[in-house]
Design a protein around this ligand. Structure first.
Ligand code: SAH
Length: 494
């Protein structure tokens, strides 16, 4: 049974009933013999209760067990389960005490896995330490569509940082010796300033403080880091004074489509931004958050959009400029940096966060066409003369590079693909495989493999990327009937 986080008055009525009905009361403890669970339940224990103390052979120290730490624990759980089974076989009811909730990082589950299929079992839920800590902070934990992430502090720092960056609210459990790592992860994910520390919530020695102010030496195991709801944090009125003298522009790559291809870092930055700036289509991919301002604009006004974002940052706002794919690949990062290289924006901080680029998403769908050297070329002649594009296509084709062709065409720009095909056919055989990836990862995804000779310009639009094979690129039909495309990493000797 779960006994709640510490204060005995937070035990459930059911937990008290179960102890009253039990013949045996079992609890885990370290070798020092003290048990927090027992102390919570103490007032309900009677002299006629049989107490079974399940003493861990090791906690964090080393062991000379031949099976190492795992072996020692395995043996301990097996023995403990058999001790409880002996009582159960004798017809006695056993109450296993668990601090908080028994199925939430609790020692009880090792008994559960060994016994619940053999004996009638009831699990009594308890108030978790996460609920207790949030209650003690007196702050909303998660609101609306916010996501709460619960993390063991024993994870590596990088893993913690990625999870913390990507979530709204979080509780990091199992502090103690892990505290410096957890603190570093909070700092790396930009969340340290919002982090709270709660020690022994609802117990007599309870303590809470801003996490950044906590002395790492003073942190026990029974403590936790909490990032509460951030709705209040970002919910700044439009005309509220800026939080800082100078804000920041972060250029964020959304990936080619969908949240699976959004990096945790990018997700975190989108949530933390006060202002979102971008082309309408891309901005629509970012979920609406209360308190954020959204500035959608037409695709063609990159320079104005960049200056607009930098102006907002100059006034102290935290601005995310969104791009599809990677923001450095034919996208907004350059426009922002171009403007930021000149007055009056030279002092505005700018960061670029990478994203998965369309070529890689499309390539993965058919196999590995980009497995060898390849060139990336935009077919749009809006910002460069067609002669330059034609020269580069011919040069790349002559060098036998695989080609990733971005911006191949649109409703108003259709002749480029036909022209490109003509140029490429001067260097490639007609059966060279071409991959047409359209809206890859999105709701209208279509990926087709055609031969260069059959490449039809009418099948190409703004949301299509073309991957053109080299002389070495192979198309293979596999056992299940699917066709794959790959380019070997070896190149023939000459
Ligand atoms: N920064 C983006 C590229 C912007 S240029 C990136 O790194 O992917 C816009 C072109 O990208 C489109 O014309 C198309 O060629 C390609 N593109 C972007 N997303 C795509 C997707 N999901 N599927 C296919 N092509 C895509």
């Amino acid at each position: 049974m779960g006994l709640g986080p510490g204060d005995p008055s937070l035990m459930t009525v059911r937990a008290v009933e179960v102890i009253a009905e039990a013949d045996v009361v079992a609890y885990h403890s370290a070798r020092h013999g003290r048990s927090i669970a027992r102390s919570i339940a103490e007032r309900h224990l009677r002299p006629d209760h049989i107490e079974e103390r399940l003493v861990y052979p090791v906690t964090t120290e080393t062991t000379d067990h031949p099976g190492g730490y795992r072996g020692a624990m395995e043996e301990f759980y097996a023995e403990a389960a058999e001790r409880l089974a002996a009582h159960l076989d004798a017809g006695r009811t056993v109450a296993v005490l668990a601090e908080g909730d028994p199925l939430f990082y609790g020692s009880y589950m090792h008994m559960h896995k060994r016994l619940a299929d053999r004996y009638p079992t009831e699990v009594v839920p308890g108030v978790t330490s996460v609920s207790a800590a949030a209650a003690r902070l007196g702050k909303p934990l998660v609101e609306g569509e916010e996501v709460l992430t619960i993390l063991p502090g024993t994870l590596p720092e990088e893993e913690l940082a990625a999870r913390l960056a990507a979530t709204d609210a979080a509780a990091v459990m199992k502090l103690g010796r892990t505290f410096p790592t957890v603190r570093a992860a909070l700092e790396r994910s930009g969340r340290l300033a919002d982090a709270h520390y709660v020690e022994r919530a609802t117990m007599s020695a309870e303590r809470a403080a801003p996490l950044a102010e906590v002395d790492p030496e003073s942190v026990p195991y029974f403590s936790m880091a909490v990032l509460p709801s951030r709705v209040e944090l970002t919910d700044r009125a439009d005309d509220a004074p800026a939080a800082a003298d100078c804000g920041e522009v972060v250029v964020v790559g959304l990936g080619p489509a969908g949240p699976l291809w959004l990096t945790p870092e990018a997700r975190g930055e989108l949530a933390a931004a006060e202002d979102l700036v971008g082309y309408t289509t891309y901005l629509n991919r970012v979920p609406v958050r209360p308190g954020q301002r959204r500035h959608a604009s037409d695709n063609k006004v990159e320079a104005e959009r960049a200056e607009f974002a930098l102006d907002l940052a100059r006034r102290g706002r935290r601005v995310a400029v969104v791009s599809s794919g990677d923001p450095g690949v034919f996208a907004m990062a350059t426009a922002v940096l171009e403007a930021a290289s000149e007055d009056p924006y030279r002092e505005v901080p700018v960061r670029v966060l990478p994203g998965m680029t369309a070529a890689h998403a499309a390539a993965s769908r058919v196999g590995a066409p980009l497995g060898h050297d390849y060139a990336v070329i935009s077919l749009s002649d809006r910002l460069k003369p067609w002669e330059v594009i034609a020269e580069r296509l011919s040069a790349a084709a002559a060098a036998d590079l695989v080609l990733a062709l971005y911006n191949p065409g649109s409703r108003s720009r259709i002749w480029q693909v036909g022209k490109a095909r003509e140029l490429l056919l001067a260097h490639r055989t007609p059966d060279t495989p071409v991959v047409l990836g359209r809206d890859v990862g999105g709701p209208e995804e279509s990926v087709r493999i055609v031969s260069l000779a059959d490449l039809d310009p009418a099948q190409v639009d703004m949301r299509t990327i073309l991957l053109v094979g080299s002389s070495q690129t192979r198309t293979v039909r596999r056992g299940d009937g699917t066709r794959i495309v790959w380019t070997p990493r070896r190149y023939p000797e000459r």
